[in-house]
Design a protein around this ligand. Structure first.
Ligand code: AMP
Ligand code: GLY
Length: 417
């Protein structure tokens, strides 16, 4: 089969590598990919949000299946357009991708169907939001309604910080239209766990659990990023929690989407907080996580293409999805300055010397004249598999220490806290 993966970060590199293992994959394309992906797929000069461009390419190049891996094209309805053009595609249709692209929708869904989450209010008028903060104080959490590269949530310790976040989103339009509406929600406490699940509209098959580290600095301090590293499985997630989450969160969410006439097909990402009152949903995403995919997929022992097609065809219940024992750790290496401003174009040294049992997923890289250069905020995801989590962490960091460029930054405590 000829497959086209849409996206160009570390997650897409991990998906491409997993698909490449399938004996049924003949030709692999990626729109638009990155330096690392260009070694295993033909990278196309089509950006991930170019719905028409992707569809045209697929029609003209005998693409059998398109895997829409990143959030923006899903929110734009790329799967709908592809399917309407007769091309099979992996990912939710637009009316289901809204579970990620509108937090107001997701929160209302959870409220309606009794799925545990933080209490909240939605605001479209800035004065109402500011008044709510005056009345309810802090700590509290302010979130932009729409997509914001994982940076649209502000955990405010003080009412002043909360007001500043509302002004930045609703007045200064820091996240563009995504901040036209904001959610203000109850501040929850607890450890976080991510569960990605394959969903075919009806059947839910959770993958191994993981957790990522969103803050930029060690000790979970500093600004939120897209994710600075992840481990799999998460030691925080017990079999008892797994059963509880299945019954109170995973199955009810998928049933709720069906009941709303928005059947979800694809990867549903449950971001959970293990609060003193039990697990609650922080948010949903409509796709694999980044860097969670880089931590979870290396342990998948089944054919990813088989699973994806079963999702698309509603046959997930027939599959027996297998995982390898052991654990993984993915450490993200970022450009100095990320998640604020950073420079691009730094030559990356040491990639050739990385031990073969470590996988370096490329996120923001560019290949030029045989050398890799930085080309984004998150640059690489260095992933190791180990018999234990400790072994995986140790091994991932030994890989990280051999790679360098001017200003390279990474956290030193991924999986340790
Ligand atoms: P989100 O963009 O919704 O994934 O939120 C980003 C991060 O903000 C999460 O990973 C949490 O660490 C934190 N967060 C979000 N919502 C809450 C909440 N209601 N209470 C406490 N922390 C939160
Ligand atoms: N790691 C967070 C995300 O993919 O949204």
């Amino acid at each position: 089969m000829n497959i086209l993966v849409v996206g160009g970060g570390g997650r897409e590199h991990a998906i491409c590598l997993a698909l490449k293992k399938s004996p049924r994959v003949e030709k692999l394309f990626c729109a638009s990919g990155n330096g690392g992906i260009s070694q295993i797929a033909e990278c196309l000069p089509i950006i991930a949000t170019d719905v028409e461009g992707v569809t045209r390419f697929a029609l003209e190049n005998a693409v059998d299946y398109v895997v829409v891996a990143s959030d923006d094209p899903l929110a734009l309805g790329m799967v709908d357009v592809l399917e309407d053009a007769g091309i099979r595609a992996f990912g939710p249709r637009q009316n289901a991708a809204i579970i990620e692209s509108s937090k107001a929708f997701a929160k209302a869904l959870m409220k309606k169907y009794g799925i545990p989450t933080a209490r909240y209010e939605t605001f479209a008028i800035i004065e109402d939001a500011l008044r709510y903060i005056d009345e309810n104080g802090a700590p509290t959490v302010v979130k932009a309604d729409g997509l914001a590269l994982g940076k649209g949530a502000v955990v405010a310790e003080t009412a002043d910080e909360a007001r500043a976040a509302v002004r930045a989103m609703m007045e200064d339009m820091k996240f563009g239209d995504s901040g036209a509406r904001v959610i203000i929600e109850e501040y929850m406490t607890g450890r976080e766990v991510t569960v990605l699940a394959f969903v075919d509209g009806e059947t839910v098959v959770p993958m191994l659990s993981s957790h990522d580290h969103k803050r930029i600095f060690d000790g979970d301090r500093g600004a939120n990023t897209g994710g600075m590293g992840a481990v799999c499985p998460s030691p925080r997630y017990t079999p008892e929690l797994e059963r509880l989450c299945m019954d109170t969160i995973f199955l009810p969410t998928v049933a709720a989407m069906r009941a709303e006439g928005r059947p979800f097909k694809g990867v549903l990402y449950f971001e959970l907080m293990l609060t003193p009152d039990g697990p609650k949903v922080i948010e949903y995403n409509a796709r694999f996580g980044d860097p969670e995919a880089q931590a979870v997929l290396p342990l998948l022992n089944s054919d990813l293409l088989d699973i994806m097609e079963a999702v698309t065809d509603g046959r997930l219940a027939e599959l027996d999805i297998r995982w390898r024992p052991g654990a993984t750790c993915c450490v993200v290496m970022a450009s100095g300055g990320y998640p604020a401003g950073y420079e691009k174009g730094k030559m990356i040294a040491g990639l050739d010397g990385v031990s073969p049992d470590i996988t370096v997923y490329h996120a923001g890289t560019k290949l030029r004249d045989g050398a890799y250069y930085t080309n984004g905020g998150r640059v690489l995801g260095v992933t190791a598999v180990g018999e234990t989590l400790d072994a995986a962490i140790e091994s991932a960091y030994s890989g990280v220490r051999g790679i360098s460029w001017e200003g390279a930054y990474y956290r030193t405590d991924i999986g340790r806290i």
